[in-house]
Design a binder for this molecule. Structure first.
Ligand code: NAD
Ligand code: ZN
Length: 267
């Protein structure tokens, strides 16, 4: 895509954005790539080095909880050093100033939430807080009882006995993220499909579109008469169906489409 084409598609995208009443934003690992959080797929994808498909399953945790915690602790230590980038900040500012924008994310890194708080300042960040479809890597839940808490402390992965345990029942705690083969939270998925169906526009940023059922959400918007704009430097299975595909990085395309944190053109 040359610059002229990109500018033309951005212009068309801005028209869709200003005409839409309700907008659902669906983000994936690609929006956090420029913050330094490794994606799963793509050239810099973390799966090149590890095999998370073998570590992000209930069976793997049952077999070797220490190994699964070691991998999650490594990811947490990387993510905690990362900051929201221009795309997270632009989206947060947009959701705060424009009613009808709802952010849904597959990411577990918490960067949308940090961006929301940063941009909101003294205001409540609520309109810019995302629905985290796959949970959060900084939350844990008990493998036995219903305990679910935020957990940011360093994890001692030196032995199985040193792993974090539930203060209520003593069972092992696990990361509160959705693993392969596990269903999403039914309330979250219901809300996501409802938002997608009601939206006039679905903006899909940095997701390979290979993880179900979230990959279906843009098609739900289209089935109800809405349009889809994709932002991804690489083509994806969604590209053939999107009204507009912006072949650019999130930090360049998102502020250009919805305005930067101090920009009110599309408000
Ligand atoms: P993915 O890793 O499968 O795909 C990432 C996509 O982002 C690719 O299509 C790639 O072309 C695109 N991309 C790369 N750099 C980009 C940039 N600068 N701007 C825009 N797009 C860019 O990601 P996914 O589809 O979100 O995969 C889903 C699973 O991966 C989810 O379960 C999610 O929880 C998990 N995951 C989350 C994180 C995170 O929290 N940041 C990181 C890795 C994986
Ligand atoms: Zn418990």
């Amino acid at each position: 895509m040359d610059l002229h084409e990109l500018e033309r598609d951005l212009e068309a995208g801005r028209s869709l954005v200003s005409a839409a009443k309700r907008i659902v934003v669906l983000t994936g690992a690609g929006i956090s790539a420029e913050s330094g959080v490794p994606t799963f797929r793509g050239p810099e994808g973390v799966w090149r080095h590890d095999r998370p498909e073998e570590l992000s399953t209930p069976a793997a945790f049952a077999r070797d909880p220490r190994l699964v915690w070691e991998w999650n602790a490594w990811r947490r230590e990387r993510i905690v050093r990362c900051e929201p980038n221009a795309a997270h900040l632009a989206l947060a500012a947009w959701a705060l100033r424009r009613p009808g924008v709802r952010i849904l994310t597959q990411n577990v890194d918490g960067l949308h939430g940090i961006a929301a708080v940063m941009v909101a300042g003294d205001r409540p960040p609520t309109p810019a807080l995302p629905l985290e479809l796959h949970g959060s890597i900084f939350h844990v839940r008990c493998t036995l009882c219903r305990t679910r808490i935020e957990h940011r402390d360093k994890i001692d992965v030196s032995s199985e006995a040193s792993l974090p345990r539930c203060s209520d029942c003593g069972a092992l705690l696990r990361p509160d993220t959705v693993w392969f083969g596990e269903p999403l939270d039914p309330d979250a998925i219901h809300q996501a499909f409802d938002e997608a169906a009601k939206a006039d526009l679905c903006l899909v940023i940095g997701t390979s579109g290979e993880v179900q059922p979230t990959a279906t959400l843009p098609r739900v918007t289209q089935a109800n008469g809405g349009a889809v704009i994709e932002i991804n430097p690489e083509p994806t299975p969604l590209s053939a169906h999107a009204e507009i595909s912006l072949r650019a990085s999130a930090t360049s395309a998102v502020p250009a489409l919805v305005g930067g944190p101090n920009f009110s053109r599309n408000a």
